[in-house]
Design a protein around this ligand. Structure first.
Ligand code: SF4
Length: 64
């Protein structure tokens, strides 16, 4: 099964980097917290380098 990104919303500081860089995967919910709405919206390498690696509080993780 493919890996899917998962956001720990309790840690998210609503900076918007993941949404800006991978809008086809992440969006901010009504509380301003990021959520992964389409885990297949971008290749794993893009999600890793453009969102996971850049999240200032490292709250995006891979879930199997
Ligand atoms: S990059 Fe991290 S802290 Fe910023 S909105 Fe996305 S999940 Fe939240």
């Amino acid at each position: 099964m493919a890996k899917k990104p998962w956001v720990d919303k309790d840690q998210c500081i609503s900076c918007g980097i993941c949404e800006n860089n991978c809008p086809q995967v992440f969006r901010l919910d009504s509380h301003g917290k990021s959520e992964c709405y389409d885990p297949d919206g971008a290749p794993e390498e893009v999600i890793q380098s453009m969102a996971i690696d850049l999240c200032p509080v490292s709250c995006i993780m891979w879930a199997e």
